[in-house]
Design a protein. Structure first.
Length: 137
């Protein structure tokens, strides 16, 4: 059913895969060992029958017809984990009281900020030598 150059073509034996295409993700494939030949075959056949029954239909699964609007990232509030080469005094001056994280690489400081908007984070961190930032909650 698939040409040899398709990523799913090589899925064999006790392995399962699903290939998806999303408008933001692009192509993606999830691959791993399955639950055994008979349970897997049953699930695959059930999925194929369901697809054949609803060819060219979009079957919503708890989706709403209203188009969702994405929030402006600059106003969404989060706490941030930050790795920086700046000193603790510079961090305290920029962010006030933060939770410092021990065990970071030599020459780096790690800390977690209070909850704030990303716009506030960007303003406060602008004077620091930030290596990496991730949102944590």
């Amino acid at each position: 059913m698939l040409p040899p150059e398709h990523p799913l073509y090589a899925v064999d034996d006790v392995f399962n895969a699903i290939f998806v295409h999303g408008n933001m993700l692009g192509d993606g494939m999830f691959y791993g060992s399955g639950a055994g030949s008979l349970p897997t075959a049953s699930a695959v056949v059930g999925d194929i029958v369901e697809m054949a029954r609803h060819k060219d239909e979009n079957i919503p699964l708890e989706w709403r017809p209203e188009k969702l609007e994405l929030a402006d990232a600059s106003v969404v509030k989060s706490a941030f984990f930050v790795r920086t080469k700046s000193g603790k005094d510079d961090v305290k001056k920029a962010f006030g009281d933060v939770q410092f994280v021990e065990g970071i690489v030599d020459g780096e400081i790690g800390f977690v900020t209070d909850v704030m908007s990303e716009a506030d984070y960007n303003t406060k961190s602008s004077g620091l030598d930030v290596i990496k930032m991730i949102r944590v909650r």
